[in-house]
Ligand binder design. Structure first.
Ligand code: AMP
Ligand code: MN
Ligand code: MN
Ligand code: MN
Length: 284
């Protein structure tokens, strides 16, 4: 039997909240044995052309990618898009609207942090944002580590940036159906990213996948840097039960912050249909 292809279809560059430029990521992916790659910056397509050209220069196959922030039943869910048309006007405009919410949200986060004695967080986070339109919690986390408030970014999230903590601000992102449509109308496949991270009740998880499929969503991330091996098995079973395509991606952000490097993931569990097998005509 042939070895499975090393596909890594989830990671971030300086265009969103990663620390490496798209070209540096491409070289790192290649060095780590990745054969099929996608850059999936949060709510932003500004790195796609660079990533495609860098992948081609490295002799790697490439799928266009994005990770769209969605609000579903008051929970933030991430939807990865693969193989879509990255010039589709509805996608481009929809993402621009989604990004626009980030500025006011970041200012509000900064105000909240000031109330607990952490000052200048907005300016501090902005210094870390390669893209000023895309200030994320990750950039705040890096600033709080730099200022010595916390030892590492996971401590920042635990103490300050998650629900119920002082720097957490409720936010409404894109709608699930819109995100799925932007992806599918441009010939791509929509994938629910790292489902174990949402801590959904069984009822809500069922509702999420049911609505996702009704909108035309077809995939689920099974093997990701954000899943334990037990979670990969669990979501492999869910993919089989719900007849979903399975995806694999490290969710790599940074050499010092990410636990899983590009391409350094276990293979998909047996018996699943890889999402890339249905995107053959979309691969560059
Ligand atoms: P935002 O889109 O601004 O809400 O930021 C979300 C990003 O924060 C995710 O894409 C991750 O990169 C990062 N993140 C979320 N939760 C954690 C966590 N517990 N530890 C480290 N990074 C996290
Ligand atoms: Mn991120
Ligand atoms: Mn995510
Ligand atoms: Mn991600």
């Amino acid at each position: 039997m042939n070895a499975p292809i090393n596909a890594d279809l989830h990671c971030h560059s300086t265009v969103s909240d990663g620390t490496l430029e798209p070209e540096v990521l491409a070289a790192r992916a290649k060095a780590n044995g990745v054969e099929l790659w996608a850059l999936t910056d949060h709510d932003e397509l500004g790195g796609q052309q660079r990533a495609l050209e860098a992948a081609q220069a490295q002799g790697m196959k490439y799928l266009t990618g994005v990770e769209i922030s969605v609000t579903f039943a008051d929970v933030t869910v991430h939807v990865v898009g693969l193989g879509f048309d990255h010039t589709d006007p509805q996608m481009v405009e929809g993402l621009a609207d989604t990004r626009d919410g980030r500025g006011p949200r970041a200012l509000e986060m900064s105000n909240q942090l000031a109330k607990v004695g952490i000052h200048g967080a907005y300016e501090g986070a902005l210094k870390y944002a390669g893209n000023p339109k895309l200030v994320s919690r990750t950039h705040f986390a890096r600033f709080l580590v730099e200022s010595g408030v916390c030892r590492d970014t996971s401590e920042v999230f635990r103490k300050y940036l998650t629900e119920g903590k002082p720097g957490y601000v409720e936010h409404r992102w894109a709608k699930l159906g819109d995100a799925v449509r932007w992806i599918t109308q441009g010939g791509g496949i929509a994938v629910i990213a790292h489902p174990a991270r949402y801590n959904l009740s069984p009822t809500l998880e069922y509702a999420l996948f049911t609505e996702f499929k009704q909108h035309g969503g077809q995939g689920v991330e099974v093997v990701t840097g954000s899943h334990s091996s037990a979670e990969a098995i669990r979501y492999g079973e869910l993919a089989r039960e719900l007849d979903l395509l399975a995806s694999r991606g490290s969710d790599f952000h940074s050499p010092t912050e990410s636990h899983v490097d590009l391409g350094k993931l276990p293979p998909l569990p047996a018996g699943l249909t890889p999402v890339w097998s249905q995107l053959r005509d979309r691969i560059h």
